[in-house]
Design a protein around this ligand. Structure first.
Ligand code: PLP
Length: 453
């Protein structure tokens, strides 16, 4: 089968797709299974697939696969298509740019959309101090650059990351990432001068409040590294892959205060939490923290690859000319998409929509938790909500149950993702364009497959 075989039947994506769950074959269907055979024969086995239904169109809250099934999207391609797949404003902006020019390399001959993205990020991110931005391609690349910039500015080398952290899969960011399987196993050695501190994990750290959890982390940092050697502390304000862990109130502000007092650059990794996802433009806003540097990607450009570091002008301006950049960073198609995307987050108040989605998610999931002791915790903010599944007898994480539930939901046409250090967290990251009834149907499927598991 080639693309030509698929195309005549392929619907155009975007919000005009029928917003319904519709199964016309098993999931995955025969055409997807054939594509899986080709994938296994051509793509590196290290590139895994969560749900092998091959997609031909998407929009609103649905993904259409090659067999004609319409799946409910509760993952947004991992928090990327916040404004929806093939959002019309993004399609129009990218198409217009596509007809003008596709690439020059901003660091060779520049163009204005890169500047406008930087201006927009400088305005949207927390704090009213002077800021600068730099654009890259992936979250991991932006994290790497934030660390480079912090080291250059401080003249120091050590970096602290936290338990359960996820910052990417490149050599430096693998070191920052906490979880061995599947992200690090066999890929060492890792970069030097990376240290790990304990996180605030309210569900599993026995009532330690935010201040006490920060004190525990700071005391370990001072004893084992010393602020004199520490360039930066990097943290996700709500941890993503680690299990949607929302630290106890006060934890993040205490870390920021300590960093400021000790000339340590505080880096917020908002790659997953950014851009309205948590019910505010950035998760840092919920605790009123102002990071020195903020790393963004995923939701920034409606699905086109773009990432950014935004931060204090004096820090961002520290590296030598030519020290920061890359061939594709701030590609004009991605910048056009980002401008259209960021405009939608603001003008359509998608943070409000994320809070509405959050209310539906937490309401329904807490109702399940009230009658099913295997649901140990419901947590998160806005449209970034998760449940932690446990053995009710021991409280231990139940990864096997989690795997069964998610597989059953997939078979019913609901795209669900897992996460968590212990593999026992189901995370909900619906596109903010999903209609309420579709979201509720997805949660009903989850409820029935959980009851049956
Ligand atoms: C996804 C993610 C990254 C890595 O982004 P890539 O674009 O996959 O490199 C980094 N940090 C966080 C918090 C993420 O969720």
């Amino acid at each position: 089968m080639t693309l030509i075989d698929v195309l005549p039947l392929t619907p155009v994506g975007g919000p005009s797709l029928p917003q319904e769950r519709r199964l016309v074959s098993a999931i995955p269907g025969p055409k997807s299974q054939e594509l899986s055979r080709r994938k296994n024969a051509s793509v590196s086995a290290g590139v895994g697939v969560t749900l092998p239904a091959y997609i031909v169109a998407a929009g609103g809250g649905v993904l259409i696969d090659v067999d004609g099934n319409s799946l409910i999207d509760l993952g947004s391609g991992i928090a990327v298509t916040g404004i929806g797949n093939s959002a019309p404003e993004v399609v129009a902006a990218v198409a217009a740019q596509l007809a003008q020019f596709t690439h020059t390399c901003f660091t060779v001959t520049p163009y204005d959309s890169y500047i406008e993205v930087a201006e927009t990020l400088n305005r949207l991110t927390p704090g009213d101090h002077a800021k600068r931005s730099a654009l890259f391609n992936s979250g991991a690349e932006a994290v790497e650059n934030a660390v480079k910039i912090a080291r250059h500015y401080t003249g120091k080398q050590a970096v602290v990351a936290f338990d359960h952290a996820y910052h990417g899969r490149t050599t430096l960011t693998m070191g920052l990432t906490a979880k061995n399987q599947p992200y690090k196993n066999g890929f060492g050695p890792f970069a030097a001068e990376i240290y790990r501190a304990p996180m605030s994990y309210p569900y599993r750290d026995a009532g330690l409040d935010g201040a006490a959890a920060a004190g525990r982390a700071i005391s370990q940092i001072e004893k084992q590294i010393g602020a004199d050697n520490l360039a930066a502390l990097i943290i996700e304000p709500i941890q993503g892959e680690g299990g949607f862990i929302v630290p106890a109130p006060g934890f993040l502000p205490a870390l920021v205060a300590w960093c400021r007092a000790n000339e340590v650059v505080f880096i917020a990794d908002e790659v997953q939490t950014g851009f309205a996802r948590t019910g505010d433009m950035f998760a840092s806003n919920h605790e009123g923290i102002v990071p020195d540097l903020m790393v963004m990607a995923k939701g920034i450009a409606g699905g086109l690859p773009l990432s950014a570091v935004t931060g204090r002008a004096e820090i961002m301006d520290a590296p030598q000319v030519g020290g920061i950049g890359g061939t594709y960073g701030g590609n004009p198609l991605a910048c056009a998409a980002a401008l259209a995307t960021m405009r939608s987050y603001e003008t359509e108040d998608l943070a409000l929509r994320a809070r509405e989605i959050g209310a539906i998610l937490t309401g329904r999931l807490n109702a399940i938790r009230a009658v099913d002791k295997r649901v140990g915790d419901v947590r998160g903010r806005g449209a970034m909500i998760a449940v932690e599944l446990i053995d009710p007898g021991t409280g231990d994480p139940d990864a096997a149950l989690t795997g069964r539930v998610v597989a059953a939901a997939h078979a019913q046409g609901v795209v669900l993702l897992t996460c968590g250090t212990y593999g026992n967290v189901i995370r909900f990251l619906p596109p903010l364009s999903i209609p309420d009834d579709l979201l509720i149907e997805g949660l009903q499927v989850l409820g029935s497959v959980l009851a049956a598991a």
